[in-house]
Design a protein around this ligand. Structure first.
Ligand code: SF4
Length: 474
């Protein structure tokens, strides 16, 4: 391959683009690739090769001033708890925090839709000076009077962390006054990053489940970390039902407070979104003695393996047999369609930037199945184990990055000649600005991408965006 000599100090993104168009950019050494990256960020980026495993930095605080794509602690907590359909959520902070996460998940409900409302204490200058505890107590009183809630989650935002409102005390007093659950979520935005918000949400869920009891276990699973985007949880629930496995508690997509309180009775926890829910799974293992299994229902390979592993752990011989037949049949049904998309997509290059490591791993496999090479892959909250797997399943030369910023994503998409970026709402404009196709794999989408049907939807969407004629006119 041809080696080029970019001078990162003088060449702009536009100039780089022209070189990409002229096919003058093909390959650079790792040192050249990282030449213009902020020094503190360099150890969070690696170019995959067999001899560079050590020293990769992930799962750490974002570098100050690096303009991370990560969301704040409060957002992390809110996106995990928000899909509980019959819970009330009070955002204790300025109104802007409430709008930040208002209805941002495309989570669907089979029952109540209280979760689609947002309640805020709307803190202003006066409250910052005199404290916001009274306002919070009044907000709880108002919600109780109007809606008779069973469970209220109260989120601490940045300003609450600064002024030091004692939300524990307010929640405790309200629980006593009304005999309902009022659970504080410790999530001041500045106190870390999105992963800490996940932990705060999991701690709140543990409070909802309560102390361990001697209740007899039931032969059912809890499904952790599926947020029922576009009804995905229902698809997987249906698969499990067909092979003879029932879900006890859905945490949190289409979840209900009473159902979540019953979760400690389950025999097994299956964890879809490992980034947000492994912490809860570990806590539940320690507290309620429930083992857990990390699975993924994105892509045929992972869907098949996940169903087989669940059946192996909890099913009898009948369940296992039904499982094998079901998987074979579902795979057979979609083979022709996938064959068509493979013929359209072979040889394309993909870039991935998603929240957690498990989704990134499944996407790499899905792209490989479609004949697409992953040339850049990163996550907001991936752990070392996730990155070890990513390194082992991507080709030499793939750029792997943790907690990236827009500049890095744009730069490496261009450098590696990606035809498509898979990401979320914050990544979409980066791709379109560069004339690169985009696939939304985040909270906002309205079509399912999981299971066998999702594998076809994914291939269809990638084909539509990558082979869209619009890119010729940019
Ligand atoms: S908690 Fe802080 S960082 Fe998060 S939305 Fe509110 S003000 Fe912004």
């Amino acid at each position: 391959m041809k080696q080029t000599n970019f001078d990162y100090d003088t060449e702009t993104i536009d100039e780089c683009l022209k070189l990409v168009d002229k096919k003058e950019v093909t390959w650079k050494s790792e040192a050249q690739l990282k030449a213009d990256i902020i020094e503190d960020r360099r150890n969070s980026i690696l170019v995959n090769s067999c001899n560079n495993s050590s020293g990769f930095k992930c799962d750490q605080e974002s570098v100050s001033g690096a303009v991370s794509q990560r969301a704040c602690v409060y957002c992390g907590a809110r996106v995990v708890l928000n899909p509980i359909t019959d819970a009330f959520h009070i955002v204790h902070g300025p109104i802007g925090c409430a709008s930040y996460t208002w209805d941002i998940r495309g989570s669907l409900t089979s029952g109540q839709d209280i979760f689609r409302n947002s309640f805020s204490t709307d803190l202003s200058e006066k409250d910052v000076i005199f404290g916001g505890e009274k306002k919070l107590a009044s907000a709880i009183d108002e919600i109780v009077a109007k809606f008779k809630p069973k469970v209220i989650f109260v989120y601490a935002t940045c300003i609450v962390g600064v002024i030091g409102d004692d939300i524990d005390a307010v929640c405790k007093a309200a629980e006593k006054k009304y005999s309902i659950r009022v659970i504080p979520v410790k999530s001041p935005g500045f106190a870390g990053h999105k992963s800490m918000g996940y932990k705060a949400a999991c701690d709140a869920l543990m409070k909802l489940m309560g102390e361990p009891t001697r209740a007899i276990k039931v032969n059912k699973v809890n499904y952790l970390g599926d947020f029922n985007l576009a009804g995905e949880l229902w698809i997987i629930q249906n698969y499990l039902r067909k092979i003879g496995i029932d879900i006890l508690a859905r945490i949190t997509g289409d979840g209900k407070c009473d159902e979540i309180k019953q979760a400690p009775k389950a025999k097994l926890n299956i964890v879809q979104c490992a980034g947000s829910m492994t912490y809860l799974a570990k806590k539940m293992e320690e507290t309620y003695d429930i083992p857990f299994l990390k699975i993924s229902f994105y892509g045929i390979e992972d869907t098949r393996n996940s169903l087989l592993r669940i059946a192996d752990l909890i099913g009898d011989e009948d369940v296992k047999e039904r499982d094998r037949k079901f998987v074979d049949e579902e795979e057979r049904k979609i083979q022709n369609e996938l064959k068509y998309y493979r013929s359209k997509l072979k040889g394309k290059k993909a870039a991935i930037y998603v929240g957690g490591g498990f989704k990134a791993i499944s996407l790499i496999k899905q792209f490989r199945d479609l004949g697409i090479e992953t040339v850049m892959v990163g996550t907001q909250t991936g752990k070392k184990d996730d990155y070890d797997i990513i390194r082992s399943i991507t080709d030499e030369g793939t750029v792997i990055l943790d907690d990236a910023n827009p500049y890095e994503l744009e730069k490496f998409m261009l450098e590696k000649g990606a035809d498509v970026l898979v990401g979320g709402v914050k990544e979409r404009p980066l791709a379109y600005k560069l004339g690169v196709a985009f696939c939304d794999h985040n909270h906002e989408r309205r079509h399912p991408l999981c299971g066998f049907i999702g594998a076809v939807n994914f291939a269809k969407e990638i084909n539509l965006t990558v082979n869209n004629p619009v890119w010729k006119y940019i």
